[in-house]
Design a protein around this ligand. Structure first.
Ligand SMILES: Cc1ncc(COP(=O)(O)O)c(C=O)c1O
Length: 429
C-alpha cells in the first residue's frame, strides 16, 4: 500500500484554507460533519446547471438526473459492500431510521422484545423505544462497561431470548470512538431469529464497511460524515426489505424513499464516493480494480493515517495535567477504537474548553453529541458532557500539536484559577 499524500488531498478541500487570524482554521469536528472536497461542491452546482428536474420525466434533464441518482445508489452500495437496489437514500440517518422503524415495528407483536444499548447515539435508540411504546414491546438495555465504554458480548447473550426481534447497535460510538463487534452481535441476534440494525454513521468515515461480511440486516450511514452533502443512506437486506410493510403514497414506485429526492445532494454524494476512489488510487489500488476495491483500499489507507495521528494525539493528551480521557485508553486495544478522543478538563466545562479552542481557530464539539445514554451513565450530563476531538485523514501532525499546545495552556490556566477559587468554572447545562 502506498502512503497517502495528505498535503495533496488537503488542497482539494477549500474550507481547509479558511483563515482564523493569521493561521488556517483546524477542523477536529469531523464526527459532527466533515468538510467537502471541491469535486462535491462542483457536482452539486453541476446538477443544478445541467440536470435539474424531477424524477421520471421523458426529457434530457430528467434522464440525466435519474442516471446520476441510480449511480449514487450504486456508489454507496459499493462503499457498504452491497447492491444498489438495497440502498435507501433520504434526508439523514435519523429520519430514515424513524421511517424504517415504523415498517419493522409493524410486523412485531406485544410481548416481542428489542435490544438497544446505553452506548449509542439516540438515533439508533429512540426510534426503537418509540416503536416499543407504540406496539407494547419489551425493551432490554445492553449496558456498556463504563471504565472503557465498551460493550461485552456476554452481557448481550443474557438479554437475548426467543422473543427478541431486533438488536440495534452502533458500529462505532460517535462520542468515545469504541468500535463494536458487529459481526458477533449479528451472529448472536440471528441465532435467536432477531434482526440487526447497525448505525455506521460514525464508523463509515474511518473503517472499511462490509455489511455482508458482518451479516447485518440494516446498516445506516450519513454522507455528510464522509466528505459529502447532508444525505442519509441505509442498506437493507433485500429479502428483509421485501417482507416489510412500506409506508408510502400510492403512485410512488420506491417503497422506502418517500417524496421528492434531494437529487443535487445525491449527485454530491456520488462525487464524495468518487473522491474516496481517488484516495484508493493514491493508496495504490490499480486502475483495473472495481470501485469497491478502490474504496476498500481508500478506507484502509485512511485508517492507517488516522490511527498514526491518533497515537500522537493520545500521547500528548495523557501528558496534560487535568485532562481525563474517556473510552479506550489502552494503546494495545486501539484497533477497537476510531480516532475520536473524548475528554473532560478539571475545573472547566466542556463548553468553555470548546469555546476557548474555538477562539484559537480550532473546531471541536462539546456536549453529549446525542449519545445521551452514555453521557448520562458517565455522570457527565449535568456538567456539560464531553469535549470531542475527532480526527480525520485531512488532519495533520502540526494541527494535533497546535491543539495540544492550546489545550495545555487552557488546562493549566484552569487549574490555577480553580485552586485560587476565582471564577472561571462554567455553568452546568
Ligand atoms: C453515530 C451517529 N448515529 C446517528 C447520527 C445521526 O445522523 P443524521 O444526522 O444523519 O441523522 C449521528 C450524527 O451525529 C451519529 O454520529
Amino acid at each position: 500500500m502506498t502512503a497517502l499524500d495528505i498535503d495533496a488531498l488537503r488542497h482539494r478541500f477549500p474550507a481547509l484554507a479558511i483563515a482564523h487570524g493569521d493561521r488556517p482554521m483546524v477542523f477536529f469536528d469531523g464526527p459532527g460533519g466533515t468538510q467537502v472536497p471541491e469535486v462535491v461542491i462542483a457536482a452539486v452546482a453541476e446538477h443544478y446547471r445541467t440536470s435539474n428536474a424531477n424524477h421520471g420525466g421523458r426529457f434530457a434533464t430528467s434522464r440525466r438526473s435519474d442516471a446520476i441518482v441510480a449511480e449514487a445508489h450504486a456508489a454507496i452500495a459499493d462503499l457498504l459492500g452491497v447492491d444498489g437496489d438495497e440502498v435507501i437514500l433520504g434526508a439523514n440517518m435519523t429520519t430514515l431510521t424513524l421511517h424504517l422503524s415504523r415498517s419493522i415495528a409493524a410486523g412485531l407483536e406485544p410481548g416481542d422484545e428489542i435490544v438497544v444499548t446505553g452506548l449509542d447515539h439516540a438515533a439508533n435508540v429512540d426510534p426503537w423505544l418509540a416503536a416499543a411504546a407504540d406496539r407494547g414491546l419489551g425493551v432490554r438495555w445492553w449496558e456498556p462497561r463504563l471504565d472503557d465504554c465498551t460493550l461485552h458480548l456476554e452481557d448481550l447473550e443474557v438479554l437475548l431470548s426467543p422473543r427478541t426481534r431486533l438488536v440495534a447497535i452502533g458500529w462505532a460510538s460517535n462520542a468515545v470512538g469504541t468500535i463494536n463487534p458487529v459481526a458477533e452481535v449479528a451472529a448472536a441476534a440471528h441465532r435467536v431469529g432477531a434482526l440487526v440494525y447497525v448505525d455506521a454513521v460514525h464508523a463509515a468515515p474511518h473503517l472499511d464497511i462490509d455489511a455482508r461480511a458482518v451479516d447485518a440486516d440494516f446498516v445506516a450511514c450519513s454522507v455528510y460524515k464522509f466528505f459529502g452533502p447532508h444525505v442519509g443512506a441505509v442498506y437493507g437486506r433485500r429479502s428483509v426489505l421485501a417482507g416489510l410493510r412500506a409506508y408510502k403514497v400510492r403512485p410512488a414506485d420506491h417503497r422506502f424513499e418517500t417524496g421528492t429526492g434531494n437529487f443535487e445532494g445525491w449527485a454530491g454524494s456520488l462525487a464524495a464516493i468518487g473522491y474516496l476512489e481517488d484516495v484508493g488510487r493514491m493508496a495504490g489500488a490499480p486502475s483495473s480494480t472495481t470501485r469497491r476495491d478502490r474504496l476498500v483500499a481508500a478506507m484502509r489507507a485512511i485508517r492507517d493515517v488516522e490511527m498514526t495521528l491518533y497515537r500522537r494525539l493520545h500521547d500528548g493528551l495523557v501528558d496534560i495535567p487535568g485532562v481525563k480521557l474517556h473510552g479506550i485508553v489502552d494503546a494495545s486495544a486501539f484497533d477497537r477504537r476510531t480516532p475520536t478522543a473524548a475528554l473532560t478538563v478539571e475545573g472547566l466545562t466542556p463548553g468553555e474548553v470548546a469555546r476557548r479552542l474555538g477562539d484559537e481557530g480550532i473546531a471541536v464539539w462539546d456536549g453529549d453529541f446525542y449519545a445521551l445514554g452514555l453521557v448520562e451513565r458517565l455522570g457527565l450530563a449535568l456538567g456539560g458532557g464531553l469535549v470531542r476531538i475527532g480526527l480525520t485523514h485531512y488532519n495533520t501532525a502540526d494541527e494535533v500539536d497546535r491543539l495540544l499546545d492550546a489545550l495545555r495552556r487552557i488546562a493549566t490556566g484552569a487549574a490555577s484559577v480553580a485552586t485560587t477559587g476565582a471564577p472561571g468554572i462554567g455553568t452546568a447545562r
